[in-house]
Design a protein around this ligand. Sequence first.
Ligand SMILES: Cc1ncc(COP(=O)(O)O)c(C=O)c1O
Length: 452
Amino acid sequence: MKFVVDQQVEDIEMPENLKLNTFLQEFHTTCPHPECSFGYYGFAFGQSPFPVPPLVQVALIENANKGAYAPVPGIPELRNAISKYNRHYFGMDVAPERIYVGPGTKELIFNLLEILHGTVILPTPAWLGYLPQIRFLKKNFHMLPARANKKISPGDLKKLALRLQDRQKILILNNPHNPTGLLYDKFELEEIAYVCREQNIIIISDEIYAQTTYDFLKFVSMSKIYPEGTFVTNGLSKSHAAGGYRLGYVIFPQYATDLKNQFKKILATEYTAVSTPIQHAAVAGFEISKEIDDYFDVTRKIHHLMGEYTYHALSSIDGVKMTKPDATFYLLADFNAFRDDLRRSNITTSQKLSESLIVHPYHTAIVGGDSLVLERTDFSARIAYVDYDGAKVYQNYLNNKPKSSSERIEFVKNNAPKIVAGIEMIGKFFEDLKKEPLRDLEIQKSLMVPSS
Ligand SMILES: Cc1ncc(COP(=O)(O)O)c(C=O)c1O
């Protein structure tokens, strides 16, 4: 039987994160070197390594018997808990009626893009999830490249908005930011909000990494600055290391009653509601408790330690530039200073750079610039610093909190040896490149993933 796939779907590209997955799996099965069995230094995957907070796990087990469908916007207990959570942590006064729960923020962002009219403004570099959705929905969109500081320039935003004919525009703001790890401060948000008010731009503010902000009090939600035009998305995935639970929420702007009804129609049509036991488990995750508060505090501090180490270790490789993360578990490394060396080895695109780093003898997985909505020839890469055993490291941190800067370095060396060795490997790769062009490795050819 030959099945015919709808043309609209045929035209969609595989999202970059799945392409990467496929690539790494293929690498494992086809690499002939014994060393390949060790795996690779994993700087590619954006997943928190910690266990789901035990309180949440217990709540999931206790609610396994809840087999009834939940209300479309979410169970009242959860919407209430999320409302209180936002007041407690982010100082936001959000009535539960403004909160809709969905199966992950990725889906909710997709649903928002479905119902909101207007051209999308996508600042770059960007998380690899947005662009396939925008393309799938066939929305008009424009990139807004970051300035040298890797942030949105309000002046550039205004210039772009003035060129767009739509009466409504949609800015996707991701704060704190994947892949740079940077945080927008209150003043920067105010400047962006000023342009948005003036130019009729609404904002989808993806704040999934808010809870990871190292100096937590510095985080400010855009909805406090631009409450009438901001849709905030957040969820369990990063703060509670529970991406697999698939639970996110959106906070609607004030006075958006009609829009909420339209949104409800979409959710009811597409997925009815999030799994009921998962929603009950999420209540435990969002309710204010010492256990969860300690969990946020410890995980945030460990992300900070790893980020600090990664930043400093990469900066010791001559020529590499990188963002200094304020949050998340990523930074953006810029290898463009090696452009000539790379070209001599026939590495002409960021995809080729990722492929060359993953093969023997380097075994290092990164996310190349083209997956971050940068030019194909921009040799930037996202470096995720999460390749360690989260449960063990969490416990070790509690047992022996590093204080001085030398203790902090020691902690990373003892607890995340793959991060330490992986960064050394990146250094070795660029050193080797300088010495002589890399041989066009056989395995490399056999491993090539189609770039389309
Ligand atoms: C910036 C950003 N937004 C959204 C998501 C997806 O989150 P969720 O698991 O809630 O769909 C991710 C996951 O990597 C992300 O990095």
